[in-house]
Design a protein around this ligand. Structure first.
Ligand SMILES: Nc1nc2c(ncn2[C@@H]2O[C@H](COP(=O)(O)OP(=O)(O)O)[C@@H](O)[C@H]2O)c(=O)[nH]1
Ligand SMILES: [Mg+2]
Length: 238
């Protein structure tokens, strides 16, 4: 393939059941661009590697390749490892569970390209209102992070995120876990980038359950981890 203009990274952790649908959707929405799709098998314990090997052998997925991480170190580590293997001038990431539509990656890409200088912004999704509990959690976390970091952040974990590869160079010590999205945005804001949102629909997971919100303990662990990370960014320069 010629040099990609757009590289998409999807971290997949035990998503064997979702990958065939996800990849089929990428085939459906793939645009006529020199672009690449990188699926990171993030230390999955299920059949993800077999499914990827089978699916990626198909001619219609010529634009896709896999990156394998043997031992899971977390969500952020998976995305970042994938991003470091890319060469596209514009890069982006999203999720593997079909909660965000692959078509949103291309919408975000065109939004970024339409800017006078794509180096100056990050394009991210902004979810339509969800159920009350989910909204409250998102709004609460965004508000707390905004106050502590003194930067306006909204719907931090909405997908996708698309930006110029110059911004990758600013991500010098990314967190291994869930706060990765926050880190990408915060580093961008601190460098004076503008965050532009595109509205996205956030559906239900096609298969399986949320990896961090599976039970009350994992939820608390993630939320506390996020709070700790925000303070680290603020007071240790992150
Ligand atoms: N929690 C978690 N998710 C991961 C990891 N690596 C990749 N992912 C992917 O990150 C996406 C988001 O995870 P999910 O648990 O669905 O979170 P939610 O959508 O915010 O409830 C999914 O596509 C996962 O497959 C990991 O190490 N931990
Ligand atoms: Mg999800």
């Amino acid at each position: 393939m010629s040099q990609p203009v757009f590289s998409i990274v999807i971290p997949a952790y035990n998503e064997a059941a979702n990958l065939p649908t996800l990849l089929a959707r990428y085939v459906e929405v793939w645009e006529d661009l020199p672009a690449e799709l990188v699926i990171v098998n993030n230390g999955s314990a299920d059949d993800t590697s077999e499914v990827l090997e089978r699916e990626l052998a198909r001619e219609e997925l010529h634009f896709a390749r896999a990156v394998t991480i043997e031992n899971n170190r977390g969500y952020g580590h998976g995305i970042h490892t994938g991003l470091l293997t890319t060469t596209g001038e514009i890069v982006g990431f999203s999720h593997a569970d079909m909660q965000t539509d692959p078509a949103d990656l291309f919408r975000a890409y065109h939004e970024l390209r339409a800017a006078p200088d794509p180096r100056q912004l990050i394009v991210k999704g902004q979810r339509a209102p969800r159920d009350f509990a989910a909204e409250l959690l998102t709004a609460g976390m965004s508000f707390a992070a905004s106050v502590v970091l003194m930067r306006k952040l909204t719907d931090v974990n909405a997908q996708p995120k698309v930006f110029h590869r110059d911004h990758l160079a600013r991500l010098t010590d990314p967190p291994d876990g869930i706060p990765y999205d926050l880190y990408v945005l915060f580093r961008g804001l601190r460098a004076g980038l503008r965050i532009v949102t595109i509205p996205v629909q956030f559906g239900e997971r096609a298969h399986g359950e949320s990896r961090w919100a599976a039970n009350i303990f994992s939820r608390y662990r993630t939320i506390l981890g996020m709070i700790g990370f925000v303070f680290r960014l603020r007071f240790r320069g992150g």
